[in-house]
Design a protein around this ligand. Structure first.
Ligand code: SPV
Ligand code: MG
Length: 291
């Protein structure tokens, strides 16, 4: 059977740009698959938020890995796992890559921040980066640790997030490509696409770029395609934000209305949840095997 890494590589080659949706659960993964996304982002931010925690390395590798495994069991889409800093040094990365590959991921993203990291989009947050050589060691270790040569190692630079500027981001991206990264993820928290578009224009490397346009949503897929060089767009936190939007709205209305009588028509019926749970398969199995 074709590996998930190969499927993702083929999709990138075919489509030019793959659209990866954030997930924090097997259910959200299934919804992303039904909506038509090309792949899933096992977001550290989303899983942290699901636990009511800040995205500052509080979630353990085991918690994240368990979720990745559960998602991979429920969706056929290639999964890009957010490994944050790789849970330690290059030795920890070797262990993590083996575990995530075995869990069914297609790719891992490792970022060049120090552990414990601080979430990227928070204003005035501490953002410390590793030395370039040290992070190159982590990428080389990740590349050496994969079993499937199609499993993707994505190096993420936080140079722009840390305010170090385009030249530093380009230098780091080139160094990580030299270390064997398959893609370079470059992140920005500016509220316009300028910083990212300038980086992309200046990038002369052969490795394609991945972006997470949360802070600059004006950058549509049409515009990304026109720019070229970007092979992956990750919608980083739109599953958890959509869930929060819906729950805040419905919960407030139930309190205000004094009951569930008004909201009932505005939420999916229980039958829709049965469908997502594949209750029909359970019924079929019961009819066939319970004697
Ligand atoms: C995540 O979704 O966990 C990410 C993207 O790493 S961001 O939160 O924007 O850093
Ligand atoms: Mg993350």
């Amino acid at each position: 059977m074709k590996s998930q890494g190969k499927a993702l590589r083929e999709q990138m080659a075919r489509a030019g740009l793959v659209r990866i949706m954030a997930t924090h659960s097997p259910l959200s993964a299934r919804l992303a698959e039904e909506a038509g996304f090309d792949g899933l982002w096992a977001s550290g931010f989303e899983l942290s938020a699901l636990y009511g925690l800040a995205d500052v390395s509080l979630i353990s590798m085991t918690q994240h890995l368990d979720m990745v495994r559960a998602i991979a069991e429920q969706s056929r889409l290639p999964l890009v796992a957010d490994l944050d800093t790789g849970f330690g040094n290059a030795v920890n990365v070797i262990h993590a890559v083996a575990q995530y590959e075995r869990a069914g991921a297609a790719a891992v993203v490792i970022e060049d921040k120090t552990f414990p990291k601080v979430t990227s989009l928070a204003a005035d947050a501490r953002q410390e980066l590793l030395r370039i050589a040290e992070f190159q060691g982590k990428i080389e270790a990740a590349v050496a640790a994969r079993r499937d040569p199609d499993f993707l190692i994505i190096a993420r630079t936080e140079a722009l997030i840390a305010g170090l500027g385009e030249a530093e981001a380009l230098k780091r991206a080139a160094a990580y490509a030299e270390a064997g990264a398959d893609l370079i993820l470059v992140h920005s928290k500016q509220n316009t696409p300028d910083e990212i578009e300038n980086f992309v224009k200046a990038w002369t490397g052969t490795r394609p770029i991945a972006i997470v346009p949360t802070a600059y949503p004006q950058l549509t897929e049409t515009r990304i395609r026109a720019r070229g060089k970007i092979a992956m767009v990750i919608y980083g936190n739109h599953a958890i934000r959509a869930a929060v939007t819906a729950m805040q709205d419905i919960f407030a209305r139930i309190i205000a209305d004094g009951g569930i009588h008004n909201v009932d028509k505005d939420i999916v019926p229980v039958d829709e949840i049965f469908r997502l749970q594949r209750m029909d398969e359970i019924k079929t199995a019961e009819r066939k095997y319970l004697r």
